[in-house]
Design a protein around this ligand. Sequence first.
Ligand code: NOJ
Length: 590
Amino acid sequence: MSELGLTKLAVMKRYWILFCLASFFLFENGCREAEQKKFTDEKWWKEAVVYQIYPRSFKDSDGDGIGDLKGIISKLDYIKNLGINAVWLNPIYSSPNDDNGYDVSDYRNIMKDFGTMADFDSLINGMHQRGIKLVMDLVVNHSSDEHEWFKQSRSSRTSPYRNYYHWWNAERGKPPPRYSLFDINHDAWRYDSVTNAYYLHYFSRKQPDLNWENPELRKEVYAIMKFWADKGIDGFRLDAFQFAAKDTAFPVFPPGYEKKFQLYYAIGPHLHDYLKEMNQKVFSRYDVMSVAEGAGNSFEDAHQLVDADRGELNMAYAFEGVDIAKSEGYSLLHFKEVFSRWDSAFALNGWLSIFLSNHDQARLVSRFGNDSPEFREASAKMLATFLMTMRGTPYYYNGDELGMTNIRFTKITDYRDMSIKNEYQHQKDIHADTLLFLENEKFVSRDNGRTPFQWDGGQNAGFTTGTPWIPVNTNYSFINAALEEKDSNSCLNYFRKLVDFRKSNPVLVYGKYKLLDNDNTQVYAYTREGEGKKMLILLNFSAKNAKADVNVSMAGAKLLLSNYVEGQSELPGESGYALRPYEAVIFQLQ
Ligand code: NOJ
């Protein structure tokens, strides 16, 4: 080849290298921008740590044995000191309390047991002064049968409120079966002699379902929502809303439908239209967050509820994870598979809630951890570490920060929850084994999570000076906030540390999640990564020593947090990382 030819080749080669470098640079930049974008799509509700308060059981200020708004106000500094920045308050509206407030008789008033509207105003002011947002329950799949709408509706077939509810005139014969979750007979149609017709109630007889197909009803609900948004609330949690839309022809469901309530009743026709309308009329006009209770029946359903471009809700609240724990235990592989699957389905679009307990569940540590004296604290802290290090908005139920446990009532008369009492009666009626039923309730009953908050070692755990509406767990003498306050290694103080840690590390909110050591049956290991930061989280979900084989470079790794007093100084090596029972560690990787 001539000299000229060789020079030409060298020049071309140089251009080729430059071209490759430029392309690589552009590609890298593109990726970084995409990653960056995720981090800049910031929303307060994504970064929030939500603390759920069950007002009936939190703090009683007037000695009637029932928690109230003034009680919550008196504990605002405690709440603030948890570090959380949003509170979800279970319903506080006027209610005859068939279902502890989930049966609303006046949406614009406060339940007498809980106080007055003036108390509410002080509560929201107190929260806002402390930088805490308030998310309220919106219970509009159904109302109370004592709501004025229902009183009018049942009074005559020609009442203007008749179509606020679902009625089936008895001369048409019996309506096609519908399942009620709370009814003694599980029959969702209740005959009402006043107008010789049946009304629909998916929950108790005192919770008739509202008719969302009626535009008048929808208008009323949006006005109620605006009433609260104008008062300054920061969000709505939509109770049972996935069941709100119904096919009013009430077609006959296939046999066995009642065992698949969710499948046949959720995401009915026009549900998305209603949510879009709600968004347009209310959500889009205020800086409020919105969370669905539930997430439909598939990822597609869930995305349709919450993807940003849909203009419906902000985040889903999927039950698959919380439903894993059974009285006979659960498999960690299953647990990891569920949380990893949900995370990957929402990695690019939509947003999830992360939770393992709430007012409808038994206690976190008793279901997912180990509430024996030996492991209660370690496992409660380990579970808190999980909740605070996953992608999504963590919801933490009051009392779990202390490691409160199931009360395990032994007699049906101990229970307060109408749904358990009705189910017990049902079991009796069908001659089932009621002892077995009660045994199972010790593990699953939602009253386990509703016993009074354990403030101190005094009378009734400092919850009330009167007779508590539901018994206090006797372990309050050693599990209570006052004691834990003084112990720097308590569950309470560890929880505070964790909340703080999450708040100062946005990678835990927005960063990529990657499951490691997938087949490990004892250890849940994952990384969270983004914006140049990478964290490794190792959680031993078992009561035995365990080893994690994470296979990531640990050069320059730093142990940031551990739930054991003496954190291990050794880093994961060739032979894996040894974890003590229920140990949780967080490393920063280089
Ligand atoms: C879901 C609520 O979380 C639960 O407590 C209530 O009983 C039902 N919806 C009915 O409102």
